[in-house]
Each structure stands twice: as structure tokens, then as C-alpha cells.
Design a protein around this ligand. Structure first.
Ligand code: IPM
Ligand code: MG
Length: 359
């Protein structure tokens, strides 16, 4: 395989700490399997605002477009959260990146490692075996429609918009994935109330005719929120709009025990972006205790999806499984039964993964 160029974009907060471990894993894979990866780094979010005034500087975007894949950390800073009047915000960097790179499909696998059954607040007997793959649409909806104020600022609006082709292309990705899994697809909308959801359902129903081997279940988003907790195993592949997907995947992260375990892939027309679903977590930044497994599992998705390196990707997942089996935990997934010497910091968890990567 020719040299692959990987751009590391740590962003803010614990983004730096966790992508350091993700990168080390990629380096290890390259050396064990005989590949050449070249690495570069770029700024985004608050870090980029501080340096350049822009949460997605032109230089970053340029490097992104020239890369083969991007390992992304997190963006956000508490100083903006309680300042609704801030015009420039770290999150704008993330949203513009998604739009500029055409990353319309966000894959969020919710897979519970058996070893973490007790880390979740949901009963083990409800959870055991849960394995869901979310397809969240990522470049449309209320996130990207016109927004503003009227009535002297006393009324605010955000327009949700979807076009047929946008629903169709994410729908196809989800149907294709369902074909390779249990052949069940759940499409989530709010078609009883929202017009974009009615278009959504219409398009998915039409697509279903092309995939007669896939059984489609249409659910409303409110019912889905309830069913995810009540009976997570009823779901396999789930496809939904941007805002619903944002909310449901945070909820579903609890099925996997901790947000610190969940990786994601954003794919579209150009290079894919791989990132943890957790945020910048400023409350633990700099303490070295962040769980790097979501970034490491994101690196595994990168190897598989962007580079087609299945064996390499599996080697990473197996290494993670093995260290969990041996009882190692980061603080977020430890429980009352975890011995103190098995609770490791960020770099030590990374080290345990590296040790276990072999062919
Ligand atoms: C996510 C995040 C982002 C989103 C924020 C940081 C803008 O919550 O990736 O899920 O809402 O999409
Ligand atoms: Mg979110």
C-alpha cells in the first residue's frame, strides 16, 4: 500500500491527550503490519481561535482536504457555554468541517464489551449482546438551515431543511450496512408532526423497495428514546436525521457503559474523519485520566473504513478487548470492584493497547 497521510486534529480539552494515544496505535500498526503512514497536525476549535481567530483556519481545511484520513479529538471550551452572545465559537469549526468535507454520514457503533456490562447504569440482563450501528445524517437539518432573530431579537428561529437526495444518500449507506449485518433497519423520524420527517419517511420507504432483503421498521424519535433503554437489543442498524441522531447517540452511549468508549466515523465524498463521540471534557483536562479508548477505537475505524485494512483494525479491537478482559480500566469505566492498581491513566491505557497489538 502506498504511503497514507493521516492528519491529527486534537482540538480542545482532552482532545490532545486522547489523540496522542490514537496516533501511537496507528504508528504501532504501521510498524507491525509493514505500512507507511505519514502524520501531520492542525488546529481546530478553541485552540484555533486562540491562535488565528478562526475555529477552522484555511490552513487546517487545506491540510484536511489533502489528507487520506483525519483523526480528530474534540472541540469546545466552557467559556462559550454560558455566553450565548459569542459570535465565534469552537463548535463552528466542527460544523464547517463537516460541511466543507461533505461528511454526510456519521457512523456511531454502540457496542458493549462484555467486560463492561456492570459499568452501565442499565441492568446487565437487558444489555447483554446489545450491538447497534447508528447512521446519523451530518450535514443537513436544523443544524445548517437559516437561523436568526426577529421582533427586535425577541423571537428566534432555526429552519430544518432536508432535500430528497440528502436522505437518499444516507439511507443507502444504512441499507447497505444492514445487508452486511442482521438485515434489519430502523428509521427514526417524527413524521407525525414534522414535514422534513415526512419527506424522510417517504424516501426511506421508496429505498426499501430496492432492498427487499432488509426489513425496515419506522419509529418515532420519542418512542425510540424510550425503547433504547427498555430493550436495546431490538435495534441493529438505525438511521436518523442530524439532531435526532445527536441526541439518541448520547443516550445510546450509556448502553456501552461510558461515552469514553465510543468511536465514530464521519464519511462522505472526501477523506473520512474519525473521532470519539465524547467532547472536550474540560473538567478532567490536563489530569491525564481521560479514557483514550474512544480515540483508539476511532483509529480502528479509520484503518477499516478509509484504508480497507480489516485485519489491522481487528488487531486494535482485539487488543482493547484483551486489556479489558485482564481487568484494566480507566477511571470512567472502573467500578467499586476494580482494584486500585488496575485503574490506569491515559498514557498507561495506551501502553497496554500497544503491548497487545500483533498480527
Ligand atoms: C457531536 C457534538 C456536536 C454536534 C457539537 C459539539 C456541535 O455534540 O458531534 O455529537 O452537535 O454535532
Ligand atoms: Mg453530540
Amino acid at each position: 500500500m502506498a504511503t497514507k497521510h493521516i492528519l491529527i486534529v486534537p482540538g480542545d480539552g482532552i482532545g490532545q491527550e486522547v489523540t496522542t494515544e490514537g496516533k501511537r496505535v496507528l504508528e504501532k500498526i504501521a510498524s507491525v503490519f509493514g505500512h507507511t503512514f505519514s502524520f501531520d497536525e492542525a488546529l481546530v476549535g478553541h485552540a484555533a481561535i486562540e491562535a488565528t481567530g478562526d475555529p477552522l483556519p484555511a490552513e487546517t481545511l487545506d491540510k484536511m482536504k489533502k489528507s487520506d484520513a483525519i483523526l480528530f479529538g474534540a472541540v469546545g471550551h466552557p467559556k462559550y457555554d454560558n455566553d450565548p452572545s459569542a459570535k465565534v465559537r469552537p463548535e463552528q469549526g466542527l460544523l464547517r468541517m463537516r460541511k466543507e468535507l461533505g461528511l454526510y454520514a456519521n457512523l456511531r457503533p454502540i457496542k458493549l464489551f462484555d467486560e463492561l456490562l456492570s459499568a452501565s447504569s442499565i441492568k446487565p440482563e437487558i444489555l447483554k449482546g446489545a450491538d447497534i450501528l447508528f447512521f446519523r445524517e451530518l450535514t443537513g437539518d436544523i443544524y445548517f438551515g437559516e437561523k436568526g432573530r426577529k421582533n427586535n431579537g425577541d423571537t428566534a428561529f432555526d429552519i430544518a431543511e432536508y432535500s430528497r437526495y440528502e436522505v437518499e444518500r444516507i439511507g443507502r449507506k444504512a441499507f447497505e450496512a444492514a445487508r452486511t449485518r442482521s438485515k434489519r433497519l430502523c428509521s427514526v423520524d417524527k413524521a407525525n408532526v414534522i414535514e422534513t420527517s415526512r419527506l424522510w419517511r417517504e424516501v426511506i420507504q421508496k429505498l426499501a423497495l430496492e432492498y427487499p432483503d432488509v426489513t425496515v421498521d419506522h419509529q418515532f424519535v420519542d418512542a425510540t428514546a424510550m425503547l433504547l433503554i427498555k430493550d436495546p437489543r431490538r435495534f441493529d442498524v438505525v438511521v436518523t436525521a442530524n439532531l435526532f441522531g445527536d441526541i439518541l447517540t448520547d443516550e445510546a452511549s450509556q448502553i456501552a457503559g461510558s461515552m469514553g468508549m465510543l468511536a465514530s466515523a464521519s464519511i462522505g465524498d472526501g477523506p473520512g474523519v474519525y473521532e470519539p463521540i465524547h467532547g472536550s471534557a474540560h473538567d478532567i483536562t490536563g489530569k491525564g485520566i481521560a479514557n483514550p479508548l474512544a480515540s483508539i477505537l476511532s483509529a480502528a475505524l479509520l484503518l477499516d473504513i478509509s484504508f480497507g485494512l480489516k485485519a489491522e483494525s481487528n488487531a486494535v479491537i482485539k487488543a482493547v478487548e484483551a486489556l479489558l478482559k485482564e481487568g484494566f480500566r480507566s477511571a470512567d469505566i472502573a467500578d467499586a470492584n476494580t482494584p486500585a492498581d488496575k485503574i490506569l491513566n491515559t498514557a498507561a491505557i495506551g501502553e497496554e493497547v500497544l503491548k497487545r497489538i500483533g498480527k
